[in-house]
Design a protein around this ligand. Structure first.
Ligand SMILES: Cc1cc2nc3c(=O)[nH]c(=O)nc-3n(C[C@H](O)[C@H](O)[C@H](O)COP(=O)(O)OP(=O)(O)OC[C@H]3O[C@@H](n4cnc5c(N)ncnc54)[C@H](O)[C@@H]3O)c2cc1C
Length: 425
């Protein structure tokens, strides 16, 4: 059974791991990056809390011990289902079974101006670009004479009050409160404003009422200006205009307000639903197909418990990967009648705002807690989930060091890298 897996994220990697070294199965994993990215900690890379290598794991290393898995670094261009082919920028590959696990990208809802001017945080490279801009802005601020321009360099607007927006806002506020005044004593950091703008009435809208309220309280305690019930209508790289009519001058607007699935060309458009997700059955098989599956963020599966699809989180992706591996092994044995329907058991959700400030919701038994304990639980869980012993150790040491010193030594500017991506500083 020749299986091609598109995407080495949480879902694709788990599937490949579960099928690794299984008799009669040949796996080809294709990804446009040669590393797995631990997205939940992008915000710490963007705010110079962690190095990018701490949250990346080389995909080739992951399969050094695997006799049946190969990897190709390639951008998937198109799927030709009729001939069981995947077209990529390095050539075409044929499969018996195709698994699409290409995840999602930032959704700017078709607004090209926002896409051009805002900073997304949906890849390691984007997180590093944001870090560069952040640091460069303070360097620029030192030589700016114009007061309005200075204010724009100091202001940051974060769009979207979900976990990503909340976490990055909190981290930026901690940077401003504890680190930046020491690095830039000539600047007045009382003038640095962080605005979190959220369209719905509350932050962390998908979590419990208590978590929403507490996260807002924590953010405000750190000095973030939280504006709920408000959307950013436009941003031209200088001025963000809000739905209230208010304008904020800012050189950085971070867009964390939505995602859209990375659907490869060649998928029947009638199978693509809201959020650019592909409709699948309870075994993750693409509706109407015999040998194509979709997993993780890109998959849209309706179940009695989740009639509008599953949340796009790592745990769903990992568990779908596991379930599909078991089912593919049954199919290979000719035991199609033994396939298991996917059921998601939500173990809870959490978000961190800053040092000793986090929120945790557990559904069964229904428990909510916040503060120091939630923060410790958040850290432990992320340490368990991150790939690689070296990464776990490095992150742990980094966090302990930061806990005691408040400081990190990662505020580095790699000018050439930044210029290459932006053609400018
Ligand atoms: C900033 C941020 C914070 C998050 N925090 C949390 C959190 O705290 N907890 C949580 O549970 N979830 C969190 N999530 C969501 C979680 O990361 C996703 O649900 C999860 O990554 C989905 O896994 P996946 O395997 O479906 O896709 P991904 O992990 O996104 O993997 C997709 C892979 O496909 C590859 N790919 C995409 N298109 C192509 C192409 N055309 N050609 C080749 N390769 C391609 C990509 O390079 C990538 O490796 C967060 C997400 C973000 C962005």
């Amino acid at each position: 059974m020749k299986i091609i897996i598109l995407g080495g994220g949480f879902a694709g990697l788990k599937l490949a791991n579960c099928l690794s070294n299984k008799e009669g199965i040949e796996i080809l994993l294709i990804d446009r990056n040669n590393y797995h990215q631990f997205q939940p900690l992008f915000y710490q890379v963007a705010t110079a809390g962690l190095d990018a290598s701490n949250i990346s794991f080389p995909l080739r290393k992951a399969f050094q011990e695997s006799k049946n898995t190969s990897f190709r670094l390639a951008e998937v261009k198109e799927i030709q289902a009729a001939s069981n082919k995947v077209l990529t920028d390095i050539g075409e590959f044929t499969y018996d079974i195709l698994v699409i696990a290409t995840g999602a990208d930032t959704n700017f809802f078709g607004n090209t101006q926002l896409k051009e001017a805002c900073f997304p945080m949906k890849s390691t490279v984007e997180a590093i670009q944001l870090r560069h801009r952040l640091i460069q802005n303070f360097e620029d601020a030192l030589s700016t004479k114009d007061a309005a321009e200075l204010q724009k360099l100091m202001n940051i607007v974060v769009v979207g009050g979900g976990p990503t927006g909340v976490e990055v806002s909190g981290a930026l506020a901690e940077m401003r409160n504890n680190i930046l005044p020491k690095d830039y004593p000539e600047l007045d950091f009382k003038q640095m404003h962080i605005y979190l703008v959220e369209g719905s009435p509350k932050t962390l809208g998908n979590m419990s009422e208590k978590s929403s309220e507490q996260s807002r309280k924590y953010l405000e305690k750190l000095g973030v200006t939280v504006q709920t019930g408000t959307v950013v209508k436009s941003y031209d790289g200088d001025i963000a205009t809000l739905s209230t009519g208010e304008t904020i001058g800012a050189k950085i607007v971070i867009w964390a307000a939505g995602i859209t699935g990375n659907v490869p060309a060649g998928i029947d458009s009638s199978l693509i639903v809201r959020g650019n997700r592909i409709k699948v059955d309870r075994t993750n098989k693409i509706i109407g197909s015999e040998n194509m599956y979709a997993l993780g963020d890109i998959a849209y599966m309706e179940t009695p418990l989740y009639p509008h699809g599953h949340p796009q989180v790592a745990n769903v992706a990992i568990n779908q990967g596991k379930n599909l591996a078991q089912n593919l092994l049954q199919i290979q044995k000719g035991s199609e009648q033994k396939l298991t329907a996917f059921e998601y058991h939500d173990k809870g959700s959490m978000a961190t705002v800053g040092r000793n400030l986090a929120v945790v919701d557990i559904p069964k038994p229904k428990i909510h807690f916040g503060g120091w304990l939630a923060w410790i639980v958040w850290m432990l869980l992320h340490l368990v989930l991150i790939l690689g012993v070296k990464n776990k150790l490095q992150i742990f040491i980094n966090w302990v060091y930061k806990y005691f010193t408040y400081d990190q030594s990662l505020r580095l500017l790699y000018h050439n890298f930044y210029k290459k991506k932006h053609g400018t500083q």
